[in-house]
Design a protein around this ligand. Structure first.
Ligand code: ZN
Length: 494
């Protein structure tokens, strides 16, 4: 419970007779949930409504609102605050600023440099400080809560004169000042993306020094590792080495074994992660698809992985076609065709289903959509991730229990990211609640029809306010900027 708000005594609303999955991973139970203002007042069987409005939710699941721990919603939450792709899935909180890519402090004139162009257009980058960014979110009140990481690549662009080399001690000190300022303003931690060009040249010393600051503040360090293909073990070792000295809580972003030659290696990477977790805190996130999605990069066009073009600035007519077909039409190699299509975005069918399932079902794996909200033809994970985990993987495939699936997207996420007022159905916590039908919940977004809303999300409450009801946005938005509540324990996890 937060220190600044004592919960009101009288309920406004009672969700009656639902199957409560409280987010802690334990078994579902039938109970009423009473809300008062923005807070959960009581949870129990046959609560006395005492004049509160009662909504019969019998036959439906009452779960904590889902936390999308891996997003690039930094600016879309301000420019298109209804956040329909997220609220329609039952998501009530997004964590922005992943993969080293964050928006505050950055400015662009005519075009936004890659990979920051994943976040929006030049005019959207309008925040001189992290505090300005936070205030903009508070002023607009997006449909969902927003928490944010500071991107290491953004810090490099701001502080490092030559991106082709590691930061000098003086540049490291400048990055540290900006990072500390953002952490003081409520940033959850730092994200790095040494996979991407602006951060490629960063060395261990540079990354370790920033990780130390994150650890001191009790934040998290999320990492889009250098190589998710054949060099994955070395890339994981690099990420572990970054956070090991400071014991910062490392979150390996969108963990995957990418590339045909790398298929079948999830047991190896997860084994290494389990071994490492005995000496330092490490968690994962993943999305429930076998295709990844990012900017078009010729080095990823290996001729083995199928690549679907989602958008291309010079050749918008190629959206929805495969790179192989385009290359054949143009009489080019796939890498050459990719070069000609840049800048743009693509989906890469680069993972094996069995690997993805092993990762998704791992104890320390959270759910992060990694959805790209500006893509005109996005990867379906933007609209489908959470219902796909609950409907397809938990209910239909029985890969994990429904309770475990909910835990991954609520309690586990809140614990890992230090959002201690969220992620569980319990008295005193904030009333972020998703009511869904476990029988019908399902993602409908596909690669062909990527923006179809999911089925089965009945009601979504954000800070106690009904924000999505039976397939539609409601009149009110109630999302907040979320600060880190308390330091995250830095001891090695169980
Ligand atoms: Zn990433």
């Amino acid at each position: 419970m937060s220190a600044q708000s004592s919960p009101p005594r009288v309920a406004d609303l009672v969700l009656k007779g639902g199957l409560v999955i409280d987010g802690g991973g334990g078994p579902a139970r039938v109970a009423d949930v009473a809300l008062a203002g923005d807070t959960i007042l009581a949870v129990g069987p046959a609560l006395d409504a005492l004049g509160a409005r009662v909504i019969d939710v019998s036959g439906l699941v009452v779960a904590p609102g889902f936390i999308d721990v891996h997003t690039h919603d930094d600016l879309i939450c301000i420019t298109q605050p209804d956040m329909t792709p997220k609220i329609s899935q039952g998501v009530t909180t997004v964590v922005a600023g992943n993969c080293g890519i964050s928006a505050p402090l950055l400015r662009f004139d005519d075009t936004v440099d890659e990979p920051f162009n994943l976040l929006g257009a030049p005019e959207d980058f309008a925040y001189a400080t992290f505090a300005d960014y936070r205030r903009a979110i508070e002023a607009i009140a997006p449909r969902v809560n927003v928490a944010a990481l500071v991107g290491h690549s953004a810090l490099r662009v701001l502080c490092v004169d030559d991106l082709s080399r590691p930061a000098t001690p003086a540049e490291r000190a400048r990055m540290d000042v900006l990072l500390r300022d953002a952490l003081a303003e409520g940033a959850l931690g730092l994200s790095s993306g040494v996979f991407y060009a602006p951060a490629w040249a960063a060395d261990l010393e540079e990354l370790q020094s920033l990780a130390r600051t994150v650890a001191e503040a009790g934040g998290v360090y999320t990492a889009h590792i250098r190589d998710e293909r054949e060099g994955i073990i070395e890339a994981l070792q690099e990420a572990f080495a970054v956070t090991e000295p400071s014991q910062a809580h490392l979150v390996l972003s969108h963990h995957k074994c990418a590339g045909v030659r790398n298929w079948g290696r999830a047991a190896e990477t997860l084994g290494l992660i389990d071994q490492t977790r005995r000496r330092q805190p490490v968690s994962l996130d993943c999305y429930p698809y076998t295709a990844g999605s990012t900017i078009i990069r010729p080095d990823l066009a290996d001729g083995e992985v199928e690549i679907l073009i989602n958008w291309s600035e010079p050749h918008p007519e190629m959206a929805g076609r495969t790179l192989a077909a385009i290359a054949s039409d143009w009489d080019l190699t796939q890498a050459q065709a990719a070069e000609r299509l840049m800048p743009g975005g693509a989906s890469y069918f680069q993972m094996a289903e069995a690997d993805m399932q092993a990762i998704l079902s791992h104890d320390c794996c959270m759910i992060g959509s990694d959805g790209l909200p500006h893509d005109k033809r996005p990867h379906p994970r933007l609209w489908g991730t959470f219902p796909r985990v609950l409907g397809h993987y938990a209910r239909d495939e029985k890969l994990i229990t429904l309770e475990a699936a909910v835990h991954k997207m609520t309690g586990l996420a809140a614990d890992t990211f230090g959002l201690n007022e969220r992620g569980r159905i319990a008295p005193g916590l904030k009333a972020d609640i998703t009511v869904f039908d476990a029988e019908t919940i399902l993602d409908l977004a596909t690669y062909e029809l990527p923006t179809r809303p999911a089925l089965g999300i009945a009601q979504v409450y954000v800070n106690g306010v009904l924000s999505w009801a039976d397939g539609s946005l409601t009149d009110e938005r109630a999302g907040r900027f979320l600060r880190r509540d308390t330091p995250i324990p830095s001891a090695a996890p169980r």
